[in-house]
Design a protein around this ligand. Structure first.
Ligand SMILES: Nc1ncnc2c1ncn2[C@@H]1O[C@H](COP(=O)(O)OP(=O)(O)OP(=O)(O)O)[C@@H](O)[C@H]1O
Ligand SMILES: [Mg+2]
Length: 379
């Protein structure tokens, strides 16, 4: 499936693509691509598209699949053709599940000492030899009365003596496989970024209060608490949209394809095409996975709130699963915070007649849009 915009937008972009940039999100069920062009401080949406990976592994659309990097590369080539992508450079996301993001509490030492102690500290969190991972970190600026979200087991140390460091690690093997994907697809990749940071860039407005982002993907749901623009806590739940489809298919005795279609089109909203008994059963099937995800969300909200005596006021839902019809109402009923569905394309400029389509499909493009925005902002 690809949504080609480029013909419609050609007049706007004047056919040029200097300065155009790509964001590519390789998810477990599909690849998403977004092409943006800078114009007087704004980001023009030149084209975007999505291609399901299932069919590349003899599986239906919506199924998560594990494919070799060469196959993913050829899927990206197909996607770029379908979406009439013209840009050749951009950023690619690394799945949160292939990375480690944590906060270290370290003594207040200078940068050069830090360079020596971070890899040593990191060993405690990384189950493979340090030589097999790429490490990155940055010192979190001080805030009075803030404790680390990850220091629950450690005794409290006096504030002035310590500093918090956000540590990020990715396995070299993962990076190598992404390198092969990009070589195969002929894209010049300027940077790799863990998907968390891309989603934050496109889905959060600047704000100080803690906010929880929930990315409902096909194979898993990812949760990140962001405070003062910094990731404070992460959580992964192995339940997502594919499980919703599986349960629905089983419950209604449908093929996966049919269940996937009904889930996307009907969602949680009763449809006259079904008897009231069937409508009830469809909702029950979809809600069984959703309830599990939402109860994890509430747990994360509660534990962060209790530990830091801070209320997480808002939950932002992203990922393809956030496009489920009727989700917003269900989330408002079940979650102990205000709920918002991410609208990443609102950070871009596109013709007004596309507004409602872009709003509907937007959550699934949060990561790809965030990647392209980073490249555009040159940071
Ligand atoms: N309109 C919709 N209603 C309900 N679910 C939808 C809709 N559109 C897509 N989905 C679901 O969203 C999921 C795909 O989301 P997304 O593209 O964010 O996942 P992914 O990035 O491939 O997976 P992951 O992040 O887990 O690796 C699928 O389960 C798909 O069925
Ligand atoms: Mg994803």
């Amino acid at each position: 499936m690809a949504f080609s915009l480029s013909d419609m937008l050609k007049s706007l972009s004047g056919g040029r693509n200097e300065g155009s940039v790509l964001g590519i999100d390789i998810g477990s069920s599909s690849v998403k691509i977004v092409q943006l062009r800078p114009s007087r401080g704004a980001a023009i949406l030149e084209t975007y598209g999505e291609i399901a990976l299932g069919p590349y592994g003899q599986q239906p659309i919506g199924k998560p699949v594990r494919l070799g990097p060469e196959v993913v590369g050829s899927a990206i080539i197909d996607l770029m053709k379908q979406a009439n992508v013209t840009a050749k450079t951009g950023g690619i996301s690394i799945p949160f599940s292939s990375s480690l993001v944590t906060i270290l509490e370290l003594p207040k030492v200078d940068q050069s000492t830090l360079k020596q102690i971070v890899p040593i500290e990191a060993r405690k969190y990384i189950p493979v030899p340090i030589s097999e991972v790429a490490l990155d970190w940055f010192v979190i600026p001080d805030e009075e009365a803030t404790d680390s979200a990850f220091d629950q087991l450690k005794p409290k140390t006096p504030k002035a003596a310590t500093q918090e460091v956000l540590l990020v690690a990715i396995q070299n093997a993962t990076l190598n496989s992404f390198q092969t994907i990009t070589t195969e697809s002929g894209i010049h990749v300027d940077f790799f970024e863990i998907e968390i940071f891309s989603a934050i860039r496109s889905s959060l407005s600047h704000g100080l209060a803690p906010i929880l982002i929930v990315d409902i993907g096909a194979s898993s749901s990812k949760m990140y608490i962001v405070e003062r623009g910094i990731v404070r806590l992460t959580h992964l739940v192995t339940a997502g949209g594919a499980q919703m489809t599986d349960v629905l298919a089983r419950s209604m005795n449908w093929e996966f394809e049919k269940a996937e279609r009904v889930k996307r089109e009907r969602g949680l909203v009763a449809d006259k095409a079904y008897s009231s008994e069937e409508n009830g059963r469809i909702n029950e099937a979809l809600l069984s996975t959703l309830t599990r995800i939402f109860s994890e969300v509430n747990k994360v909200l509660l534990s962060y709130g209790q530990r830091y005596n801070k209320n997480v006021s808002r939950v932002v839902l992203t990922g393809g699963g956030a496009s489920l019809p009727g989700l917003s109402e269900e989330a408002k009923r079940s979650l102990n915070a205000e709920v918002e569905i991410a609208d990443p394309f609102s950070r871009t400029e596109a013709p007004a007649f596309l507004n409602s389509v872009l709003k509907d499909i937007g959550p699934g493009f949060a990561v790809a849009t965030g990647l392209a925005l980073r490249k555009l902002r040159g940071k």
